[in-house]
Design a protein around this ligand. Structure first.
Ligand code: MRU
Length: 372
């Protein structure tokens, strides 16, 4: 997508040195646009864990490139058992964040090939680079397709409203910054905007990390999409007053039965949407599906992060990014990163293959090869 008039992705290999991964360091947005070089497995793990990059799609892509960096490290250090070394690298990467299933999926995809290559280190390096590249390119294509399918929902509402502005509410950042390009939830919005359909986005601020007010708002602004930042508690009120036509969020893990884990607070938006007959859609690529588990509430692991993220807030002061304490110093805080929205509250899933019901029947109708 466009940043200050120039096209960017969230992750790529350094154009002059393909042993360096470059990422947009999202910790500094919207105030500073900084590109970070990642040169070691340790740095890749830190970038994921400490949320220099975040969002299911780009976490998966970064994990894919992380396995490539690990294989380069193995080659450079002439490790004696490269298979064991890379299994360990995969374990380390998987331990960085538990909820987004894309992480595990990307590493397993790498390891499935790597294990067949025994101790042929050159072939391991070559293949892991190839697979990392495919994972990133697929994410771009699939997100684009989500846009093509999802835009139909916005078009229908626009026609029903006789061309009046369509109001879309979104939570967290399921935009291009959370993917490699385009985004999941934002892709239909960008597609609609590109087609000249009038859209306006209600952007939940998304405490405590403020992915909405810092990232979604920034990227929508860069693409010229009309938007308004709202406190996380405002969505229900807006829905009661007919000011939300559709909710579209992303997903970090969706069971094949249709339960969706996404940023904490998503569930409450779905409850409010149900109560007000507002359609609630979730946009995701197939890498965010979990094909093993059936009950999202019981089985999806929910990340708990440092309570400091709740107690302190970051912002710009005198040109410097500063952190300030916003709670009593000694109060305890809890920081659950995600919640699970049960399938019954979800109107539909927007995927790269089309739109389906949030149920195993719906999901298998788009992914019949998974119905074993
Ligand atoms: O903790 P984060 O910022 O990684 O959480 C991100 C989200 O919850 C997004 O909505 C999600 O990854 C979906 S879209 C890529």
């Amino acid at each position: 997508m466009i940043v200050n008039g120039k096209p960017y992705r969230t992750i790529w290999l350094h154009p002059d040195n393909n042993s360096i991964i470059q990422v947009i360091d999202q910790r500094h947005l919207p105030h500073k646009f900084i590109i970070e070089d990642l040169t070691t497995l340790e740095e890749v793990c830190t970038a994921i864990k400490e949320m220099h990059i975040r969002g299911a799609g780009v976490i998966g892509a970064c994990a894919g490139y992380g396995m490539y960096i690990a294989s380069l490290e193995g080659k450079k250090n002439q490790v004696s058992n490269i298979q064991e070394f890379l299994q360990l690298a995969g374990k380390k990467l998987k331990a960085t964040r538990p909820t987004a299933v894309n992480l595990e999926w990307a590493i397993n995809r790498q390891l499935a090939k790597i294990t067949t290559l025994k101790d042929d280190i050159n072939s391991i390096v070559e293949n892991s680079a190839k697979i990392a590249h495919i994972i990133a390119e697929e994410d771009v294509d699939f997100c684009q397709n989500i846009g093509k399918h999802g835009v139909k929902l916005i078009e229908e509402i626009s026609q029903r409203k006789q061309g009046e502005t369509v109001n879309i509410l979104t939570h967290c950042n399921a935009g291009w910054l959370g993917c490699v390009d385009n985004g999941t939830a934002t892709s239909p919005i960008y597609e609609a905007h590109g087609k000249g359909i009038k859209v306006h986005v209600w952007v939940d601020e998304t405490r405590p990390r403020n992915q909405g007010s810092t990232l979604t708002a920034w990227e929508l602004g860069q693409q010229g999409v009309n938007h308004t930042i709202i406190p996380d508690n405002a969505g229900g009120h807006l829905m009661q007053h007919g000011l939300v036509d559709i909710v579209i969020t992303g997903s970090d893990r969706t069971t094949y039965t249709g339960d969706v884990a996404n940023k904490i607070g998503t569930y409450l938006k779905a409850v409010a949407a149900k109560d007000n007959n507002v359609p609630f859609y979730v946009a995701l690529t197939y890498s965010a599906f979990d094909w093993e588990i059936t009950d999202g509430v019981k089985e999806i692991p929910i990340e708990e992060r440092d309570p400091r993220e709740v107690k302190y807030i970051k912002g710009l002061h005198d040109g410097e990014i500063k952190e300030v304490l916003v709670t009593p110093k000694n109060s305890h805080a809890a920081n659950y990163g995600f919640d699970v929205t049960p399938a019954r509250l979800i109107t539909g899933l927007i995927t790269e293959r089309g739109i389906c019901e949030a149920s195993s029947e719906g999901v298998f109708s788009l992914y019949p090869e998974k119905n074993k």
